[in-house]
Design a protein. Structure first.
Length: 216
């Protein structure tokens, strides 16, 4: 049986927005400045959150131990990691972390902060959305404080278990209590879009197609 995450991965954010709007559900858009490292990257799945803060007193060993044990080894398979680092001076994602997460079945990484190794991560094929890139990493200077707790990004509260869809157009959240309905409806709506597009390409008048399908 196809999981909700796999169904969501077949969708795009414009289609998701249409469903949220039509059904009067909250439209929770994450910051537009946080973008994929490569345009074709897509994030889709339930959210596992992490948060931390700069800590100049933390040792190299402790900073690595916390991140590796609780994120690289602790993030649940099939989830998208969403990180609020409370720090715009460092990168809390790199190629080795991306490789480890990909091998464990994590569906991607969204960070309201930095990533490095952009070319290598793109080659690995692991989806990463970041606010900026920088070669400066978090080792010995940043502390992971909590996982699987609500975090706030761009004024939007991201709850563990919410669903996230990110693509070239942007990033939207789905409240976990509405996820099954919204994802199912988005898949259905996008199938309608596909049929309508095929009709128009075949020469059908756009208004005639609109009258049948009810959208454009």
């Amino acid at each position: 049986m196809t999981s909700l995450a796999e169904q969501l991965a077949t969708c795009n954010t414009p289609g998701l927005f249409d469903v949220l709007r039509i059904h009067g559900l909250p439209v929770r858009e994450l910051p537009r400045e946080v973008r994929a490292l490569s345009p074709r990257m897509k994030l889709a799945g339930p959210v596992f959150t992490i948060t931390g803060r700069p800590d100049p007193a933390i040792s190299v060993h402790e900073s690595l131990d916390l991140f590796i044990s609780r994120v690289l080894s602790g993030a649940p398979r099939g989830h998208v990691v969403v990180c609020q680092p409370n720090d715009h001076a460092r990168s809390a994602m790199g190629d080795l972390a991306a490789e480890a997460l990909k091998q464990r079945g994590i569906r991607g990484y969204y960070i309201d902060g930095g990533s490095r190794d952009a070319d290598e991560i793109t080659e690995i094929g692991f989806p990463v959305f970041a606010r900026y890139t920088s070669p400066v990493d978090i080792v010995g200077s940043w502390r992971l404080e909590a996982t699987d707790v609500p975090v706030v990004i761009g004024g939007v509260t991201v709850n563990p278990g919410d669903y996230l869809l990110g693509d070239r157009d942007g990033t939207l959240l789905i409240d976990k209590e509405h996820a099954e309905f919204v994802i199912t409806e988005t898949v259905r709506t996008m199938q309608t879009d596909s049929r309508m597009r095929t009709e128009i390409r075949g020469g059908r008048d756009p208004y005639d197609a609109f009258l049948e399908f009810g959208k454009l």
